[in-house]
Design a protein around this ligand. Sequence first.
Ligand SMILES: C[S@@+](CC[C@H](N)C(=O)[O-])C[C@H]1O[C@@H](n2cnc3c(N)ncnc32)[C@H](O)[C@@H]1O
Length: 316
Amino acid sequence: MEHRPVLVGPTVDLLAPALEDGGVFVDATLGRAGHAAAVLRRAPMATLVGIDRDPDALEESGKALAPFRDRVTLVRGRFAELAALLERLGAAPVRGVLFDLGVSSPQLDDPRRGFSFRGDGPLDMRMDPAQPASAEDIVNGYSENDLARVIGRLGEERFARRIAKAIIGARPVRGTAALAEVVRGAIPAATRRTGGHPARRTFQALRLEVNREIDELAAALPQAIDVLEPGCRVVAISYHSLEDRVVKRRFVEESRDCTCPPDFPVCTCGAHARIRVLVKRPIRPPEEEQASNPRSTAAKLRAAERLATGVSHGPS
Ligand SMILES: C[S@@+](CC[C@H](N)C(=O)[O-])C[C@H]1O[C@@H](n2cnc3c(N)ncnc32)[C@H](O)[C@@H]1O
């Protein structure tokens, strides 16, 4: 299935004003370049640095962005290395950064990529095929405790322990269909009928673990703030509560002055707000978008604007 970008209107409305007179826009999750093309169309003086860790995404985006060729630089890399990638290109400071998190529809729909519990394919799930560890390494290599921890935390799956035990008992597990069947069998029959496909949460957990998605995001957000010019914006669209929590916390933290505990007599942290949060409650796709693009139903958009002043709060 072709990738339909989510919340394009609000994303462009938030990012385009700062790009009116030109400047660099960074799409840190280029995918199929739906958002990137929309921003370039609305801001005809702007240039794009498009980042993705998936070589297929870069190849396809290169074609989609052909009409803007002279304004586009595409880079293969992880957004946790955002500042270094931009420094190498001499592109910072920039006038907008977008994170549209997770996987794209073409990644999800191609059984050879192993992201989906529907159909059958290798247990891969690597966004970048050069990454050393695949989902199969985790499924067949992690201890029961580690599997239960990953599935419980990253999948928010209440039957994580039972699933981990079932996986250990079924090893070696080869292929997505085999794993989906093991998970289905581990979940009590009475609860299988609710909450979507029984393997959905386990597959999400494995995907997040394989690609270290939460760590990537936590590392990238402060860098995005570092590289922004004052008055310019970072937009993050997330698709599940773990990601959204990381974005929300980082934005709240970076928008506060001193973060010392309230009982400290004087400030020892020296922190000053670096951003202003633009949307207090996340923007959700309107009903029509949710109905026509099921991938959008869980989407939450948060945005913040760089202030002229501020001192980094460091890692959270
Ligand atoms: C939801 S898709 C983006 C879709 C895009 N906005 C569009 O309109 O087509 C997310 C993309 O981000 C990429 N990605 C996810 N995590 C990444 C990371 N840590 N570093 C670089 N790219 C990443 C994925 O490979 C995927 O292509």
